[in-house]
Design a protein around this ligand. Structure first.
Ligand SMILES: Cc1ncc(COP(=O)(O)O)c(C=O)c1O
Length: 460
């Protein structure tokens, strides 16, 4: 265990503080770690900073689990929620509709790929995926192909942790313990640009690595309902990045084999890659588009699964019959969340907003150069506003640091000392800051990461 920052040592001695949180079981956390380093007690947040109870601030460079786009406490989003709160906080979404949802669906259809005309609301990223999977299965059932019951997913893919979403997850850490109860889907070797088996560069290749997907689709065309991928960036795999040509090939192959394409833009949607959506920017035409996270700029839980009229028509019928799509959540299309989403989209599509990201994207690349020069840098990669440095023991062989070394955790602690909230994924230190981050903050973020990495790894 690394030496905890000084402030935490004091806090550890504070018995009351430890009692404060001991009933809580935190997600994605080895709770025993808190015996030595308690969680930050964040009291308020402003712009891209989190403030703890003692008034220390931390730059939130991972947008609080990749959700925050416009900083914390944004006046326009705050106002939209307050105004909606005075009218109605919540109402069920069957037999009832409301203006914030109507407005949001209209905007989403306008700004997403042209064939996506129907919006199904739910309340988190995993359920947006569950909805797409179930719609796809039921579509085939109702159109005479009930044998189409499998999904293809990529190694390294992540689509959430409910059991359906987990059954299309290509990361052992999340799925292994539950393997026995998961749907039998098909994992395919996906792009691995850092360790490209063809020795090619992601900027100039033709997605030669598509072959396993092409073969799997061809061989299983009768039983496969759909393919699900995270377009361009496999987030939970460590911000692994691959080129759009892979997606072009995927769409062509899915079309040729009669298989649905599901793009999970839960993490990369809403401006993260420098365009509103990857699918819209690259002229792609998925059957389903899954959205969540940035949709409310991190204010309230909301998700949307967009699909085509063709899918919708397969469920349309005279009576409540077996064609009905049965999927409901108590908080589907919550009006406050929809109001936050409308304000968020209003900001995103304001003239010039996306253009103003361009210099920031360039700056992330320029400032990231210092990480490229680190002796442990396996790769510094960037797609739009997302960047990552993959740390390796040996630059020539790309040998990874062993997991027991807990390199990422130690870098996280060092980051806190420098007032930057980094939360590495294993050996990958990544940045997915709010889109409103300013140039001087980008420089601070990169310098803090450089110092934290160097402090932890020097002498290794
Ligand atoms: C690509 C992707 N899909 C789905 C999810 C699941 O979203 P949630 O955590 O809101 O269920 C995530 C979460 O990180 C994600 O990155």
């Amino acid at each position: 265990m690394a030496n905890p920052p000084q402030a935490f040592v004091t806090r550890k001695q504070d018995e009351d503080r430890v009692r404060d949180f001991h009933h809580i079981w935190h997600p994605c956390t080895q709770m025993k770690d808190y015996e030595e380093v308690p969680p930050l007690l964040i009291d308020r947040a402003e712009g891209i900073y989190l403030y703890d109870r003692e008034g220390r601030r931390y730059m939130d460079v991972i947008s609080s689990w990749w959700v925050n786009l416009f900083g914390h406490n944004h006046p326009r989003i705050n106002r939209a929620i307050r105004e909606q709160l005075d009218k109605m906080a919540h109402v069920m979404f069957a037999g009832v509709t409301h203006q914030p949802a109507i407005d949001l669906a209209q905007t989403l259809v306008k700004v997403s790929p042209p064939k996506l005309t129907k919006v199904f609301f739910s309340d988190n990223g995993s359920t947006s995926v569950e909805v797409a999977l179930k719609m796809s299965l039921q579509y085939w059932l109702q159109t005479g192909k009930p044998q189409k019951t499998k999904f293809i997913y990529l190694k390294g893919g992540y689509h959430g942790e409910t059991l359906g979403a987990l059954s299309v997850c290509g990361i052992g850490l999340f799925r292994d313990k539950f393997e026995k109860v998961l749907m039998h889907n098909i994992e395919v070797e996906g792009p691995d640009c850092l360790r490209c088996p063809f020795g090619l560069e992601r900027e100039s290749c033709h997605a030669e690595c598509f072959e396993p997907m092409a073969q799997t689709l061809e061989k299983n065309r009768e039983s496969v309902a759909g393919v699900i991928v995270e377009p361009l960036v496999q987030g939970a795999a460590g911000m692994k990045m691959y080129p759009p040509v892979y997606l072009k090939k995927l769409e062509e192959a899915c079309q040729a084999t009669g298989v649905h394409v599901i793009y999970d833009e839960v993490a990369v949607g809403f401006g993260r890659t420098g365009s509103l959506f990857v699918s819209e920017h690259h002229g792609l035409n998925p059957t389903f588009l899954c959205l969540s996270k940035g949709i409310t700029s991190g204010y309230l839980p909301l998700a949307a699964t967009l699909t085509t009229d063709d899918i919708y028509q397969a469920f349309y019928d005279d009576y409540v019959s077996f064609k009905l799509f049965i999927r409901s959540h108590s908080y589907s299309a919550n009006p406050l969340a929809c109001a936050a989403a409308n304000a968020t989209l209003g900001l995103l599509i304001e003239p010039g907003f996306m253009d103003r990201l361009e210099p920031k994207i360039k700056m992330i690349g320029r400032e990231g150069e210092c990480l490229r020069d680190l002796p442990w840098c396996g790769e510094f990669r960037q797609t739009g506003m997302i960047a990552a440095v993959e740390l390796v023991k040996d630059r020539d062989t790309l040998e990874a640091f062993p997991i027991e070394q807990r390199v990422g955790y130690q870098i996280f602690l060092e980051g806190l000392k420098r007032e930057v909230y980094l939360r590495p994924l294993g050996n990958v230190v990544y940045f997915i800051p709010p889109l409103v981050i300013e140039p001087d903050q980008i420089a601070t973020m990169m310098t803090a990461a450089h110092e934290s990495i160097t402090t932890v790894l020097k002498g290794t």
